[in-house]
Design a protein around this ligand. Structure first.
Ligand code: B3K
Ligand code: ZN
Length: 872
């Protein structure tokens, strides 16, 4: 594909004020009649030809202003419909196309999932339904008539409000939906099928009654209750926290089993991957419940941030995505534990975004160019995009932030906006110049902040020198200093915070200091004793922090820091150092101080804050350690080092872990709330560590828990522990699990994934074998991600086998899958995003496999783009 550039943006020559669709569903020959009400755009070129986008379309008929178009008046191909000389404005086009939803394996446009029809239009899928100006700055009011066989599709859903329904003769029926809010076509959706539902009502802050429902495959309505409840909580939260009220009479969520990503925020008709809707205690883990809650909220929140205000062009994707991720993170923090949510979010940010940002696929939060927009729904746009909003709030304060949001909603409602317009609202609300801050949207790469402290006991002065540097990234070799908010405290020997003088960088909240140049020295006076600096509290900026703290200092922070994030971070840093020592060959890397500190911590905090304690017990991942090493990484060395340290800690704390494990064992019935989830998380973290330190005991506990559990969280955690212990117990448990859940594809996904992540040489063969399992299918994205994705992204040693077989396997899969579903294939291929930091042997083999992909003839733009950039 050609390169699309931000600087080339220009408005369209035509606008489509209204769109009337008549869609007659048929498995192989769906007919779509679109009537577009067009007029010339004052901002465009006068009397230009009208060029509509298409993708694999077949034109049946075309009328201009109601009269059949003369053959020389237009040119139609599967990719384009050009009207050479459109009539004087306004005018209508009536376009009839025919599409085959069954043949649509890309899962973009109209396709079949199970026995239902559904659509996915973001980013450029609407052009697979009819010819259109398929770009986000063309806002149109849609009226959609859907017709289908009544038996095949008794449920017919569209955007907006239901207007009319009735019999269409010949066993067919129809429904008409009207969406009064102008929207870009990427938010268009329909669903038709035999579906069950759970329904409720929500009364908005102004007293309007909204009918809300979650639709699922027949027989699964019982598993949709949690999603419906999460939806109600989301609706209430957005009113309370952002003053945002829902705007239609109905809000529908539909769960389908074949979906390229998590979910989609179509206006009034969110379509979900069923993995993020369906849950019961027996089949879903606490993590699944938390994900459902977060994604239901995310898609709902898009109604304002994304739908009412959309993006001018796809370069502005973070305008809706970063902001909406920020909003869903805040929602989850309010529903659960704020500290634990922050830790979990930072784990994701580091493992996904930092990884992306340090390799060949690095790009700015707002990219300036792309070849395939679907490849830019990335951790950088989403997660770093959310961090940028969070920094903005830290810098201007909560009140100005809320005023800025209100201004944004007021001023840009009903428009397709830009990042500049968004930022201008906050500049106005806060009275600050955000020009330098805006660099966060432009500059890729993760800044490193280095801190050096010096205490002068005679003067009672503490000086902290902060410097920043951002490494080069593709296309950006020179970097400028960013505006970095650093929340900090100085911790005294007693563990209490020493009052700060000055309390903050002028004009900022207490404890917030701003580094906006290459370096700065903060001078604190009246510091009575040598402090331990606690920097980047709450992870106040998406940077790497380097600070020369001694182990003892870190342990002071671990015990006493008033900021829970930094307590956790200190424990992580101590563990990271231990693992790095082990990588360097130190046979007893985890020294007793760490075990003592953990023992003390568990005694103090396990009972009062189990969810937090579970986070502390979870060691940094192999990928975390690999990133810390940064170059010439040997994944086997990392694996063995981490395993060694984990075993040492597990052995040193064995008695405490076993005791705590027993104490946390309850017979209370399962509920998916945060408190229960916290206790289970800690108990399972204990089991995991215990199994590392005392494998025989761990295996016995795990096998018992596996068979005894009354919920998926505990059953799967036990199976996960067993999966790391080679032997008959593991194989028996895996077989029992498969038998028990043989009819539940989503649960079998967990089973695929777990096996794909076993860090043993036999795993590649196991994965190949599982591809022939009756429950596996290359056509279903969830299956592919569970088995192949987990192997490539979640199994550092086996994907990076020293013989290159893991790379060749992934290359084969990507090439095969590309013909069927390019989006999923391209996403799998990003498993190579950190290949350049491997040791030379593996690096060469990874490059060879990537080249083989890149040189395959007939690649999709999606895979061609990822393979090309990965090699650059
Ligand atoms: N906006 C969609 C993502 C669409 C991805 C297109 N390749 C889901 C979300 O972010 O809410
Ligand atoms: Zn989103």
């Amino acid at each position: 594909g050609a390169v699309i550039r931000l600087e080339d943006y220009r408005p369209t020559d035509y606008l489509i004020d209204r769109t009337e669709l008549d869609i007659r569903l048929d498995r192989h020959a769906t007919r779509v009649r679109a009537t577009l009400h067009l007029r010339a755009n004052a901002a465009g070129r006068p009397s230009a030809p009208l060029v509509l986008d298409g993708d694999e379309l077949r034109l049946i008929s075309l009328a201009i202003d109601g009269r059949p178009a003369a053959p020389d008046a237009y040119e139609a191909s599967p990719e384009r419909l050009v009207i050479h000389a459109p009539p004087a404005s306004p005018f209508t086009l009536t376009i009839e196309t025919e599409i085959d939803p069954t043949a649509n394996t890309k899962l973009m446009g109209l396709y079949r999932s199970g026995s239902a029809y559904c659509t996915q239009c973001e980013a450029e899928g609407f052009r697979r339904i009819t010819y259109f100006l398929d770009r986000p700055d063309v806002l149109s009011v849609f009226t959609t008539r859907i017709e289908a066989d009544r038996d095949e599709a008794p449920v017919l859903l569209g955007n907006g409000n239901p207007v009319k329904a009735g019999d269409a003769g010949g066993g067919r029926h129809y429904a008409v939906w009207h969406d009064p809010f102008p929207k870009p076509c990427y938010l268009f959706a329909i669903v038709g099928g035999r579906l069950d539902k759970v329904a409720d009502t929500f009364t908005t802050m102004s007293g309007r009654r909204v009918d809300i429902a979650v639709y699922v495959e027949p027989g699964k309505a019982g598993d949709a209750a949690y999603a419906l409840d999460a939806l109600k909580r989301s609706m209430a939260w957005d009113e309370r926290v952002f003053g945002r009220e829902y705007d239609l009479d109905v809000f529908n969520v539909v769960a389908v089993s074949d979906f390229n990503m998590g979910a989609m925020e179509n206006k009034g008709l969110n379509i979900f991957n069923d993995k993020y809707v369906l849950a019961s205690p027996e089949t879903a883990t606490d993590t699944d419940y938390a994900n459902i809650e977060a994604i239901i909220a995310h898609e709902y929140f898009h109604n304002w941030t994304g739908n009412r205000i959309t993006c001018r062009d796809w370069f502005q994707l973070c305008l809706k995505e970063g902001l909406t991720v920020f909003r869903d993170q805040e929602f989850s923090a309010d529903q659960r534990s704020r500290a634990v949510k922050r830790i979990a979010d930072v784990r994701v940010l580091r493992s996904q975004q930092f990884a992306e940002d340090s390799g060949p696929l690095a790009h700015p939060v707002r990219p300036r160019q792309y070849r395939e927009i679907n490849n830019f729904y990335t951790a950088t746009v989403y997660e770093k995009g959310a961090e940028v909003i969070r920094m903005l709030r830290t810098l201007i304060g909560e009140e100005a932030f809320r005023r800025g949001m209100d201004l944004y909603f007021d001023r840009y409602d009903g428009t397709a906006a830009t990042i500049e317009q968004f930022l201008s609202c906050f500049a106005e609300a806060s009275g600050r110049d955000l020009g330098h801050f805006a660099l966060w949207y432009e500059q890729a790469g993760t800044p490193t902040v280095t801190a050096r402290g010096h205490y002068d006991p005679a003067a009672k002065v503490y000086r902290l020198t902060l410097t920043q540097a951002t490494p080069p990234t593709p296309g950006q070799l020179e970097k400028s200093p960013q505006v970095i908010p650093i929340s900090l405290g100085l911790v005294g020997a007693s563990g209490a915070d020493i009052p700060l003088s000055p309390p903050a960088t002028e004009g900022h909240a207490p404890g917030v200091f701003v580094l906006d140049g290459p370096s700065a020295t903060l001078t604190f006076t009246d510091v009575p004793e040598k402090p331990v600096p606690s920097l980047l509290r709450g992870f106040s900026a998406p940077v790497r922090l380097e600070i020369d703290l001694e182990e003892e200092d870190l342990l002071v922070l671990f015990r006493h820091d008033s900021d829970p994030f930094n307590q956790w971070q200190s424990a992580q840093t101590v563990a990271t150092r231990a693992i790095l020592r082990a990588v360097a060959g130190d046979k007893r890397a985890a020294d007793h101080r760490m075990a003592d500190a953990l023992r003390h911590f568990l005694a103090m905090r396990a009972a009062s804050d189990p969810a937090f304690a579970a986070q502390v017990l979870a060691l940094p991942t192999e990928a975390d350690i690999a990133r810390e090493i940064g170059h010439d990484v040997d994944p086997d060395a990392v694996h063995h080092a981490r395993r060694l340290v984990k075993a040492e800690i597990g052995a040193a704390l064995g008695d405490e872990l076993a005791e705590l494990y027993g104490r946390l064992t309850t017979r209370e019935p399962y509920t998916p709330d945060a408190a229960g989830a916290g206790r289970r998380a800690l108990r399972n973290a204990c089991l995991d560590l215990l199994a590392a330190g005392r494998p025989a005991e761990g295996e016995a506990f795990a096998l018992h828990q596996f068979r005894d559990a009354d919920n998926m969280t505990d059953r799967f955690a036990a199976l996960s522990v067993l999966s790391h212990l080679p032997g008959t117990a593991r194989e028996t448990a895996l077989a029992e699990f498969a038998e028990r859940f043989r009819d539940n594809a989503l649960v079998l996904d967990k089973w695929f994934s777990l096996q794909a992540m076993i860090p043993e040489t036999g795993t590649l063969e196991r994965v190949r074998g599982l591809m022939s399992h009756p429950a596996f299918s290359m056509g279903n994205p969830n299956r592919v991600r569970s088995l192949i994705g987990s192997f490539a992204m979640g199994n550092l040693t086996q994907f990076n086998r020293p013989d290159g077989a893991g790379y060749e396997f992934l290359a084969d899969i990507v090439i095969a899958l590309d013909a069927r579903n390019p989006q999923v294939a391209a996403r799998l291929l990003t498993a190579f995003r950190t290949w350049k930091m491997l040791e030379p042997g593996r690096r060469a083999l990874a490059e060879k496999a990537l080249r083989r992909v890149a040189e395959t003839p007939g690649l999709s733009p999606d895979v061609a783009d990822i393979s090309g950039r990965s090699l650059s």
